[in-house]
Design a protein around this ligand. Structure first.
Ligand code: ADP
Length: 434
């Protein structure tokens, strides 16, 4: 009886969670993307370029040297371990760094090097001798602004004359003050106040305006208007740059209001496929058996990183506890949780399946199989979860935990849907897997 009660609570929570996946989560997921990732996303698609002036030659660079960066910046770039420009950077950087300044709208999935690109553009364009703001960068949330700030600090490590300040709620400055920092990064509301109401910034002196995460930005009430009001205070000569991971109609409309006569760069998302992924299932009878099987998997193979999906936050919480008791490093992600660390093991509930690109994950484990609200297999979510493990031709591994007739039935239907065999794995004898 306790079990069915627990299950009822689980189901209630699952329902509540899918409802609580509100707009704010877009920003949270975007933050998670950044926190989890530590290298570039590989993308084999072609970059599409639409130039403002189609007759002007299109430059692209294969090395950072070709960009003729200031030596301090080149040192910063190499210091971060970048050897060559990413795909999107190859075309975006020459456009952003060339004179006269060109406007740009760029869209590519997270992890493709957009932030690094515009940070480099801002650092290249500031004049450190001028002690006033010259670059504004707006981000949807405080946390996202902070992440960008960290990149500015890393890349500008050898260029200490350039200073940075955060225009975020809570950063209260004395009235009448004039900022001396060359780069201001913050959220639209505070940035607007600092430009107009408090006049800490003279918007007429701004040379580069960056709007990051446009798709997340427009999901928050008011941000769109505030951004447009900031943009209107800037001089005609100011370079306008807008970045987005996705490009729906609404983002596009907003982008065109922010960036006059833009160049446009797009990089299609890498398609997800199950082709390079080895899929297994494990037969169990209970949650505890599933946990034991999971431990066996950990004991048998060297897992760089695993992403474990559970149906509810409650199961995820329980599993995270059990795993850390076993000595694993666990980070629990779900719709409303804050994640500060990059960890080896991620236990996540359903909400993460769509929003997060975890490129370095090597194993994906479905502790619970994905089902929709009617209890039918959720094939799309299955693909999203599993499809992230086998990219860049690396061998991916997916393990599904089955705990009864019902979930076996779900598994069979998923197998049929993708016409790809999911093999039985005996977790007491794991030699076959590596
Ligand atoms: P985005 O803004 O599109 O999400 P980022 O600029 O944050 O992408 O880059 C994603 C990751 O790749 C970061 O960890 C960043 O340090 C790294 N990175 C960016 N550009 C390069 C590059 N040219 N070479 C190697 N790593 C890079």
């Amino acid at each position: 009886a306790t079990d069915s009660w627990a299950q009822a609570v689980d189901e209630q929570e699952a329902a509540a969670e899918s409802v609580s996946l509100n707009l704010h989560d877009k920003a949270a997921q975007s933050l998670l993307n950044k926190l989890i990732r530590n290298n570039l996303v590989n993308n084999t698609n072609q970059v599409e370029v639409l130039q403002k002036d189609p007759n002007s030659p299109l430059y692209s660079v294969k090395s950072f040297e070709e960009l003729r960066l200031k030596p301090q910046l080149l040192q910063g770039v190499y210091g971060m371990g970048f050897n060559r420009p990413s795909k999107i950077q190859e075309t975006a950087l020459p456009m952003m760094l060339a004179g006269p300044p060109q406007n740009l709208i760029a869209q590519s999935q997270s992890g493709t090097g957009k932030t690094a690109a515009f940070v480099l553009a801002m650092l290249s364009h500031v004049d450190p001798d001028n002690k006033y703001p010259q670059c504004l960068c707006v981000s949807p949330t405080y946390e996202l602004a902070l992440q960008t700030g960290k990149v500015i600090e890393q890349m500008g490590k050898h260029y200490p004359e350039v200073k940075l300040v955060y225009a975020i709620r809570g950063n209260k400055l004395p009235r009448g003050m004039k900022l001396q920092e060359q780069i201001v990064i913050g959220t639209p509301g505070t940035m607007l106040d600092w430009c107009s109401k408090f006049k800490f910034i003279d918007p007429k002196k701004i040379k580069v305006f960056v709007l990051d995460e446009a798709d997340v930005m427009i999901a928050t009430q008011g941000h769109q208007d505030q951004s447009i009001r900031i943009q209107r205070m800037l001089p005609q000569t100011c370079q306008m740059l807008l970045f987005s991971a996705t490009f729906e109609e609404t983002v596009w409309n907003f982008a065109q209001r922010i960036v006059p006569s833009p160049n446009i760069i797009k990089l299609k998302r890498e398609e997800e496929t199950l082709d390079t992924i080895k899929q297994y299932y494990v037969l169990c009878n209970s949650r505890e058996e599933k946990f034991q099987a999971l431990c066996n998997v950990y004991g048998a193979i060297t897992i760089a990183q695993a992403m474990i999906f559970c149906h509810t936050r409650k199961t995820a919480g329980w599993l995270a506890g059990e795993l850390s008791r076993e000595g694993h490093q666990v980070a629990l992600l779900s719709g409303e949780m804050q994640v500060e660390q990059r960890e080896k093991v991620l236990v996540t509930t359903n909400v993460c399946a769509r929003g997060i690109d975890v490129e370095q994950v090597s194993v994906v484990i479905n502790f619970d199989l994905p089902v929709d609200k009617d209890g039918n297999p959720d094939n799309e979510t299955y693909l999203h979860r599993i499809g992230r493990t086998g990219r860049f031709g690396k061998r991916g591994l997916a393990i599904n935990m089955v705990d009864g007739k019902m979930s076996m039935n779900i598994l069979n239907r998923i197998q049929e849907h993708f016409s790809k065999k999911i093999e039985r794995l005996d977790t007491d004898d794991l030699d076959e897997i590596e």
